[in-house]
Design a protein around this ligand. Structure first.
Ligand SMILES: Cc1cc2nc3c(=O)[nH]c(=O)nc-3n(C[C@H](O)[C@H](O)[C@H](O)COP(=O)(O)OP(=O)(O)OC[C@H]3O[C@@H](n4cnc5c(N)ncnc54)[C@H](O)[C@@H]3O)c2cc1C
Length: 577
């Protein structure tokens, strides 16, 4: 099992692929597509789960396969299988997820994924729009991202940590981009990349700025944070995504890339590795016949994964085969592996560490506070998303021997927060989203504007039954969390406490009603300094199985960049590098 490190060594090369993809030439140009991507080791992939991560991994795999110098006799194929349509739960089933150019845990890698994803959104939306035009007559622009800005509020140390990570990530990204440009200028990158470097296809995002309590008060007079928790960091380029629209965008683009790969004639640039000098020489492009990639989405539940195959739940219990099965089922990944005989929760033979021991699902509850259209168009018009750390010193280790409690690490070194830091920050903070429109669920039912708030300590569950029970039997009631102290004596953030926090932070806003929603995240609380919470498990690669956990309660916004790195590593067989 490997925790995904940021793509440092391949970053320049890999970045060039992103730029080309987002430039749209793969899809829409009538001229040839130029590629320097070597062949894949697998030619067929099944991706279990069409969430933000699975849909994005599939897109990048199809892109890599479509660009490859493919000498395979069989047609490369990527198939997504997703159970949403047949009642499988997910972490993204909602209207909004926030993203910004910083990270609440001050993690540099997550900050980088956030920035890269934000930079890519305009191009993805544009490609989605163009791809949709092939099928729809509507000319309405497609969008999944709303730029409303993002605010982080808390004590000085909390804010400074995120700011430092944002500054470092921005510097790292701009030096990567600079060295990419100079490599291109020196003829070290493929011709298409050289052309593209002059007209950037990723958008620029702002670096977050520090704001004093007085500046915040002037800009958002309706906010009244606790004294001592009123230092702030503001990112004007952050905002919220509609996760379902994002997935639709990724699926539509993937379909179009696959379709275009079969019809466009391609120029392939070959690479000569000059290992002694660690240089790559790019040779003249030559025209080759069209490269075909098949892409499809199946709506079904995967009951089991096995050697190069999956078993579907549909009445025939159909078996589908592929060279590689990539499990991106969010909280359901761990139960699926276990149900398939991959004893991910037990210790590996001859190993002191347990697989998936520190990765668990967490019961989350959100409160939805209804606001009127007058407030939405009035005082709340410029409301950003808010991460409000009101009590980071909360001691949640009331019962450390309780197996439902994950040990919360000592306050992590501010410079190197670990995956385990997620629990501490979640416990002492909330996120609040600006008004989001929720259409009525039933026909004739009117939609409403809601301010959404969530946060609080992680409460662990593991089995499919526990996850289903929480998602489907508690949905909209939040009964399990009605008290501030649960059955085990642990502090929790109940719906009423979440509501109180919003009311005290925004005392002048009138809320017309309160609803709640049960949801689930997957969290890796590994406290090793190397761990960033993204896990790409290839322990069963001999069976062609790779399992991914990439949530940490913040995996939807940066899914594009995280998945790009994961897809690249899977494609090039480099998971353990
Ligand atoms: C309340 C809440 C608030 C959040 N807020 C934010 C936020 O503000 N910003 C942010 O970036 N992130 C946020 N997140 C986290 C984010 O939603 C997740 O990180 C993200 O959805 C993870 O994506 P995923 O693709 O890994 O998993 P999921 O979103 O869970 O998708 C997995 C998919 O796999 C399918 N699946 C699972 N098992 C099977 C099976 N056996 N067969 C077939 N299909 C299967 C599921 O149905 C689902 O469609 C929040 C999460 C919650 C719960």
């Amino acid at each position: 099992m490997h925790r995904l490190p940021l793509f440092r060594s391949h970053y320049n090369y890999h970045y060039s692929i992103v730029r080309r993809l987002h430039g749209g030439d793969v899809l829409y140009t009538t001229s040839a597509v130029t590629s320097a991507v070597p062949s894949a080791s697998s030619s067929s992939y099944i991706v279990v789960g069409n969430g933000p991560i699975g849909s994005s991994i599939a897109k990048h795999l199809v892109q890599l396969l479509a660009s490859a110098n493919n000498n395979n006799k069989t047609t490369p194929k990527v198939t997504i299988i997703d159970g949403k349509g047949v009642g499988v739960g997910s972490s993204h089933a909602d209207k909004a997820r926030l993203i910004r150019t910083f990270d609440a845990e001050g993690d540099e890698e997550w900050t980088t994924w956030n920035i890269r994803s934000l930079q890519s959104f305009p191009a993805i939306e544009k490609m989605w729009h163009k791809s949709s035009l092939l099928e729809e007559s509507t000319n309405k622009n497609k969008s999944f991202f709303t730029q409303c800005g993002a605010l982080l509020m808390g004590d000085e140390e909390f804010v400074r940590r995120s700011k430092n990570a944002a500054d470092k990530a921005t510097m790292m990204l701009s030096s990567s981009s600079l060295s990419s440009s100079s490599a291109a200028a020196a003829g070290k990158l493929p011709p298409t990349t050289t052309n593209k470097t002059s007209s950037s296809s990723t958008s620029t995002v702002a670096t977050p700025i520090r704001m004093s309590p007085i500046e915040c008060q002037q800009k958002w007079p309706f906010l009244k944070p606790k004294v001592g928790c009123d230092m702030a960091l503001f990112d004007s380029s952050g905002g919220i995504i509609d996760p379902n629209a994002f997935i639709e965008a990724q699926n539509t683009i993937t379909t179009a890339i696959a379709a275009a790969a079969g019809t466009n004639s391609r120029n392939v640039t070959t690479i000569d590795d000059d290992n002694d000098n660690n240089n790559k020489n790019y040779q003249e492009a030559t025209t080759v016949p069209p490269n075909t990639v098949e892409f499809g989405i199946i709506s079904d539940e995967v009951l089991k994964v096995g050697r190069n195959r999956v078993e579907l739940a549909s009445s025939t219990r159909k078996i589908l085969c592929a060279d590689t099965v990539i499990v991106c089922g969010g909280s359901y990944t761990k139960p699926l592996l276990k149900n398939s005989g991959y004893y991910c929760c037990e210790k590996k033979k001859n190993s002191s560490s347990s697989k998936w021991e520190t990765i668990r699902s967490s019961k989350r509850i959100v409160a939805l506070l209804e606001v009127s259209a007058d407030f939405v168009q009035g005082i709340l018009k410029d409301m950003p998303s808010i991460k409000y750390a009101f009590d980071l010193d909360l001691d949640l280790n009331t019962n450390p021997n309780d197996e439902k409690m994950m040990p919360i690490p000592e306050r992590a070194d501010a410079a190197t927060p670990t995956a385990g830091e997620q629990s501490r920050v979640e416990a002492g903070s909330v996120y609040i989203l600006p008004p989001v429109w929720y259409p009525g669920e039933r026909e004739g039912e009117k939609g409403k504007w809601f301010i959404k708030i969530g946060g609080g300590d992680n409460k662990w569950i593991d089995t499919k039954n526990e996850i289903d029970d929480w998602l489907f039997n508690n949905n909209k009631s939040g009964n399990d969390d009605d008290d501030d102290e649960d059955d085990d004596g642990n502090t929790t953030l109940s719906v009423s406490r979440l509501e109180d926090i919003v009311r005290s932070l925004m005392p002048t806003i009138q809320f017309d009603s309160v609803e709640s929603m049960a949801c689930v995240t997957t969290v890796d609380s590994n406290s090793s300094p190397q761990s960033n919470g993204i896990v790409v498990d290839d322990d069963h690669i001999e069976d062609g199985i790779i399992a991914i956990s990439a949530c940490q309660g913040k995996g939807a916004g940066p899914a594009e960049a995280i998945s790009q790195d994961i897809a690249y590593k899977i494609y090039h067989n480099q998971i353990n590098q």
